[in-house]
Design a protein around this ligand. Structure first.
Ligand SMILES: Cc1cc2nc3c(=O)[nH]c(=O)nc-3n(C[C@H](O)[C@H](O)[C@H](O)COP(=O)(O)OP(=O)(O)OC[C@H]3O[C@@H](n4cnc5c(N)ncnc54)[C@H](O)[C@@H]3O)c2cc1C
Length: 382
């Protein structure tokens, strides 16, 4: 245990996402001071995105280590573990109903998870409105954090938990994410049970997905009687411009989608036509696989910053497991250098295996037909 030495280190985490906050919580629990910087102006600046299912073997494991598992279960939607696979007419092909005592992947809104983690931190741990531009300084340290507002903070260890477009990553790696060729368009539904009863009945209490090999619809219930649908298609990165569409022209985008999904049933197409508000374009990027870097004693990465992959229902779980293992490695090793090597020696093979499996492509998200149809996507095979 090296807490006295580490207590003297200035540890900075960039990113108050699930990975960065989990790491900060476990470090603080072990008496290790840490500061988190995030570009958001405060904890509720932007819609944090959809529902996340935390798995027993990684996301939940990290929360247990953080002493937050019971609070998680109090907030989580256990019924959200129900998952259906539909055909393009909306008929249910496969349904996985959780038993009453199942805890393999309870759902929680991303915003609720962030609040749970934030509440657990010492006041003032997170410095909001601090968008990192770059990390400078020698590999041996100290490092300088250069922020967009012109401020510079000197630090001994930088933990990059700043997601897909990490500004910490260039300090250890030249890799940049590439577009996978698949885009999600996000649609949002309010008052699902009362305003969209047919859709509510079709998707059940958790998530539902339908695909035809070239396109797919992923529907997921969120808390507060909301539903989010990801409309997945193979598209050019600039598909809107290519088709003379503007992001705020919801009717024109809807008409375009209806052409693309012309052979799907009207019942299923409600997931495209009946949404409340605008669509949000979310092109999917991935880092080259495997992504590793030469050890640095002053910088490391976790979560999407380290191993951005197409979404297969594991991203947040891997980020939280990374965070947990890194914090424990720092609490237990004799030096920071040794702790980072210990952490990376486990994280690299684990993330590389998953990333190589997905191979930077997101085509699997569109193709749940064929011989493996009943097994469904990776998330459903658990
Ligand atoms: C459409 C979509 C759906 C997904 N669905 C799922 C799912 O169902 N289940 C699942 O497990 N995973 C899912 N994922 C993946 C999951 O969202 C990520 O793997 C996970 O959020 C990674 O966590 P993180 O903490 O590493 O990074 P993030 O959650 O991206 O957090 C990064 C944080 O860093 C901050 N930040 C970014 N840049 C800077 C900067 N320059 N300076 C300061 N702060 C900065 C951000 O504000 C943010 O708070 C999905 C991804 C997408 C795109």
């Amino acid at each position: 245990m090296n807490t006295p030495t580490l207590a003297a280190e200035r540890i900075s985490i960039i990113g108050a996402g699930p990975g960065g906050l989990t790491c900060a919580r476990i470090l603080q629990q072990r008496g290790i001071p840490v500061t988190v910087y995030d570009r958001d102006t405060d904890s509720s600046t932007r819609n944090q995105g959809g529902s996340l299912d935390l798995h027993e073997e990684d996301g939940q494991l990290a929360l247990r280590e953080a002493g937050l598992l019971d609070e998680f279960f109090a907030l989580a939607r256990m019924e959200g573990q129900e998952m259906r696979m539909l055909d393009t007419t909306g008929e249910v092909l496969v349904s996985r109903m959780p038993d009453d005592d199942d805890t393999f992947a309870p759902e929680i809104d991303r915003g609720h998870l962030r609040e749970l983690l934030l509440r657990s931190l010492e006041p003032g741990t997170v410095r909001w409105n601090r968008a990192l531009e770059s990390v400078t300084g020698p590999d041996s340290g100290p490092r300088s954090l250069v922020f967009a507002d012109g401020s510079i903070v000197e630090t001994d260890l930088v933990i990059g938990a700043d997601g897909a477009s990490s500004r910490v990553r260039p300090a250890v790696s030249d890799a940049t994410p590439s577009y996978t060729g698949v885009s999600f368009l996000e649609a949002w539904f309010d008052d699902l049970d009362t305003s969209h009863p047919e859709l509510a009945a079709m998707i059940g209490a958790g998530s539902a997905l339908a695909s035809d090999g070239d396109r797919a619809l992923f529907a997921q219930r969120n808390s507060g009687d909301h539903m989010r649908v990801y409309i997945a298609r193979r598209e050019a990165l600039n598909w809107m411009a290519e088709h003379d569409l503007r992001p705020d022209d919801t009717s024109a985008i809807r008409a375009h989608l209806l052409q693309e999904f012309s052979d799907w049933s009207p019942e299923t197409l409600r997931m495209i036509t009946d949404n409340d508000g605008a669509y949000v374009d979310r092109p999917l990027f991935a880092l080259p696989a495997p992504h590793v870097w030469a050890p640095s004693p002053t910088v490391t990465l976790l979560g999407d910053a380290a191993h951005l992959m197409p979404p297969a229902g594991i991203g947040v779980n891997l980020a939280m497991l990374d965070a947990c293992e890194l914090a424990l490695a720092l609490a237990e090793a004799d030096t920071v250098d040794q702790a980072l090597r210990n952490y990376e020696s486990t994280m690299f093979p684990r993330s590389s295996e998953r990333a190589v499996e997905l191979d930077g492509h997101a085509d699997f998200l569109l193709d749940m037909g064929g011989p493996d149809a009943l097994a469904g996507p990776p998330e459903m095979q658990r």
